[in-house]
Design a protein around this ligand. Structure first.
Ligand SMILES: [Zn+2]
Length: 270
């Protein structure tokens, strides 16, 4: 999401912030919309960055806007899946290929908040949020995982332990690493932790390159509202009852851990 909008949003001045007409229940915006819009208008977007699963827009007055897409939120340059669920439009100064950015959210669970620098540090600083998964070395992993006996799949989704791994990717990472998702985090062996570190990088980097996964509900889209391509790379996610593409022997199993689906191959993930 960040990669798609960055070239069209970074270093541009915000001309207007508009609430899109919709019959849906409004999404959570803070402060209230009028004040939120007023605080953004006239500011230049100095950076567009990812913070775990969030999108952060840093502004020239040093405030930051944190957009949390949750289940179905998208930042789009064009072609929304429908107009009914468009929520916010940012109009940008100048004429380029795209001059507006929209937040679209079908279920409306996304949140948009404006933060002063100190608040941002308090809520999302290193003390509050785990370091980003892409920056994790095997030492980071070892240090963090020895502190919890929760199943490794559940630990991977804990954003305080490590930021940026979604449910789909947790299954894929553990499959690539050859680790049983039910295994206690602190019982992982040294080679397993090493494989976990490598698999996390490999899976997340590929997912970013392929612009994410568009699942059966068709919700996930890149900034131009095109499907992601990572879904063609899934080895286990939503492939339960199918033969494992890695070992060709195991049958992929679906189980539920902490209310979320996990998929794994009992043959090559021990
Ligand atoms: Zn297998």
């Amino acid at each position: 999401m960040v990669r798609g909008i960055r070239p069209f949003m970074a270093n541009r001045r915000i001309l207007a912030v508009k609430e899109c007409p919709t019959h849906c229940r409004p999404i959570s915006i803070s402060p209230v919309f009028k004040r939120f819009a007023k605080a953004m208008i006239g500011q230049t977007v100095t950076a567009v960055r990812r913070l775990g699963k969030r999108v952060v827009l840093d502004l020239s007055n040093l405030t930051s806007v944190v957009i949390e897409p949750r289940m179905t939120g998208l930042m789009l340059l064009a072609n929304p899946p429908d107009v009914e669920h468009l929520r916010i439009e940012w109009q940008l100064e100048g004429t380029r290929e795209y001059n507006s950015i929209w937040f679209w959210d079908r279920r409306g669970l996304g949140t948009i908040r404006l933060y002063q620098p100190a608040e941002l540090e308090q809520v999302y600083g290193p003390a509050a949020l785990g370091p980003d998964a892409l920056d994790f070395t095997s030492d980071h992993w070892r240090e963090r995982l020895t502190q919890t006996s929760r199943a490794i799949k559940v630990a991977l989704l804990d954003q305080k332990l490590v930021a940026g791994i979604g449910n789909l990717y947790a299954s894929e990472i553990l499959h690539v690493a050859g680790i049983d998702p039910r295994r206690s985090s602190k019982k992982l062996t040294k080679p397993q932790v090493q494989r976990l570190a490598q698999a996390t990088k490999a899976v997340l980097e590929l997912a970013i390159e392929y612009e994410g996964s568009t699942l059966g509900d068709g919700t996930y889209r890149n900034a131009l509202s095109q499907s992601g391509r990572y879904q063609n790379e899934h080895r286990v996610y939503m492939r339960h009852d199918q033969t494992c593409p890695t070992c060709g022997i195991g049958i992929i199993v679906r189980l539920v851990q902490a209310q979320r689906s996990t998929f794994y191959c009992p043959k090559c993930q021990r």
